[in-house]
Design a binder for this molecule. Structure first.
Ligand code: ZN
Length: 141
């Protein structure tokens, strides 16, 4: 699944820690590729990507594509942000249920024509900062 990439002229306020294992995820994300790990033993996907399956403890995991679409399960708008995020406040964060069965928390990109609402369809997008990517969700039709 190729995600839309939104370019931002700023550095990430709190860049994610990249490990030898997760650098594949972040490198792919920077190219709009949305993937996680899937267990070869029990065939379940997990997010974030993990080198060991949390369901059956198998280390036989592989990278697998995720779909971009989901539904907004819950959200909040943060006005009193931690110091490192204060310049970006107010901003919205939410919990998204992807159609693939993955539930994740992420930043939300707001649209004037589609206000945030529980149950709203959302799509995952890439926020491409100068120093690397983050993922976010935004309302879609
Ligand atoms: Zn498993």
């Amino acid at each position: 699944m190729t995600l839309e990439i939104l370019r931002l002229d700023a550095d990430r306020a709190y860049p994610p820690r990249e490990s030898e294992f997760t650098k594949t995820f972040w490198s792919d994300l920077g190219q709009g590729r949305w993937r996680t790990t899937r267990c070869r033993a029990c065939e379940r996907q997990t997010f974030p990507p993990k080198p060991v399956c949390p369901h059956c403890w198998s280390a036989e995991v592989e990278w697998s594509d995720l779909g971009a679409r989901g539904t907004l399960y819950s959200f909040t708008r943060i006005h009193a942000a931690p110091a490192v995020f204060a310049p970006e406040a107010p901003y919205a964060c939410g919990i998204v249920d992807l159609e693939d069965g993955i539930r994740l928390a992420c930043r939300l990109v707001e649209r004037e024509d589609m206000p945030l609402a529980v149950g709203q369809a959302v799509e995952v997008v890439v926020l491409q900062y100068r120093d690397g990517p983050l993922f976010a969700a935004r309302p879609c039709a």
